[in-house]
Ligand binder design. Sequence first.
Ligand SMILES: [Zn+2]
Ligand SMILES: [Zn+2]
Length: 147
Amino acid sequence: MKSKDEILEKLKEKEVKITPQRIAIIDYLIKNPIHPTAENVYIAVSKKHPNISLATVYNTLEKLEAINEIIKLKMPCNNKIHFEYNLKPHSHFYCKECHKLLDIWDAPNIWPDDKRIAGHQIEEANLCYKGICKDCLKNTKKSEIAT
Ligand SMILES: [Zn+2]
Ligand SMILES: [Zn+2]
């Protein structure tokens, strides 16, 4: 993961115009490593930058993906597209109760060390478990006791 300045430097090299909106998007991604969707980023950033458009958010996310600073995750478990700032390979857990998408670091490794499988070279691997997260499990237990 790179710092904001390093990312801005890389964007400048690609002759991407650095605007306050773009900086705000990068800030949000760094401070909120929660796999936001483009809509999530738009809602958060538009609080400070009411003039920002959803198109600018999409466009900036595409540019960050093009310089390999974020990954676009097409999640099979909720059919949404999330943006991931943490580039270390890991798996995900999607909670169908609270709709959170959580990072799973100790799941069976779906990335072989040499990034090859049956002679093919892997560029993307995307494992998403679906179920009920531990917080929601706790809450259901509590409500069972209360009733
Ligand atoms: Zn949950
Ligand atoms: Zn993740």
